[in-house]
Design a protein around this ligand. Structure first.
Ligand SMILES: [Zn+2]
Length: 306
């Protein structure tokens, strides 16, 4: 008898751990949300608890689940499931053998992926983009992109494909955490937007729409910088679609419209840019869709096939 391939995806962030169980088509069967804890042992413990609670929620034994996929911020070696430099999780350069430890604690096969890559795959499979080349632009605490080309994640030779947050576009711009000046991340990540406008991105957009001159200027700047990121991604890999995701993208369609508008304005003086039709190639993750957890689940090893 073949067991239905229910796989588990964990999106481990600095504040919360989101776990979902998905069917073979990527449909979400159940979800669990827990508070994150910092430090290698606690990260493993909370992740284990999330898997156990998910099994309870589904009314099955933990061993009846298929594989577990984890999406996590930081430097990930997807080949061996090692995590390092995950500052928000209290994991330093010593690293954490996350796949190995979670495999031991749950008895299930585990794979680990960078959270932006996992989200890119979740958006690809969950937003009816199958068969198209996509970039997923995560606008959260930082700014980074994940690439799905020919139906597969493109991690790059050293795992840094898509790290466009550290492309400097203003040599005299603000200092970035990476040591350079004027990086896209220093100009238009969630943290950078919060520095330019105290309060949420949603409040910024509301104030701009209500006629606040400063808010309107900041919103234009945000759109202009995100448009640079979109242009960079399309001109580098010619993806069909750039999906906006991450905390700031919870703004939804107003964010997509602002970025598309900036792309249209930038194309006004360039027949070349106009021919690329960039403004029509931007999309945004639907509200509340946990693409990182879903993508992690879809990337998980399938116990039944091992
Ligand atoms: Zn930087």
């Amino acid at each position: 008898m073949t067991r239905p391939p229910i796989r588990v995806g964990l999106d481990i962030g600095g504040t919360k751990v989101l776990a979902v169980a998905v069917d073979g088509a990527g449909g979400v069967l159940a979800g669990v949300r827990l508070a994150s804890e910092s430090g290698p042992d606690r990260v493993v413990r909370v992740a284990t608890t999330a898997v156990t609670e998910l099994a309870l929620r589904l009314g099955v034994e933990r061993s009846a689940l298929g594989g577990v996929g984890v999406g996590v911020p930081g430097l990930v070696d997807a080949a061996n499931g090692m995590l390092s430099h995950a500052v928000n999780l209290g994991v330093g350069s010593d690293g954490l053998a996350l796949a190995e430890r979670l495999q031991a604690s749950t008895g299930l096969p585990v794979s680990v992926e960078n959270d932006v890559n996992a989200a890119a795959f979740g958006a690809y499979r969950g937003m009816a983009l199958d068969g198209r080349d996509i970039a997923y632009l995560s606008i959260g605490t930082g700014l980074a992109a994940g690439l799905v080309l020919d139906g597969r994640l493109r991690r790059g030779a050293r795992g840094t494909a898509g790290e466009i947050g550290h492309v400097s576009i203003e040599p005299e711009g603000p200092l970035c955490g990476c040591g350079q000046r004027g990086c896209l991340e220093a100009l238009v990540s969630g943290s950078a937007i919060a520095r330019a406008w105290p309060g949420t991105a949603a409040a910024l957009f509301r104030a701009a729409s209500a006629g606040d001159v400063t808010a309107a200027r900041v919103r234009r700047q945000v759109a202009r910088h995100l448009a640079v990121a979109v242009r960079l991604l399309v001109l580098t890999v010619d993806v069909d679609v750039v999906v906006l995701g991450g905390g700031v993208a919870e703004l939804g369609q107003p964010l997509r419209e602002a970025v598309s508008g900036a792309l249209r304005r930038q194309a006004e003086g360039s027949a070349f840019l106009a021919s690329l039709d960039l403004s029509a190639r931007v999309d945004v993750v639907p509200a509340g869709r946990p693409v990182a957890a879903i993508g992690a689940a879809l990337l998980a090893p399938d116990q039944g096939r091992q």
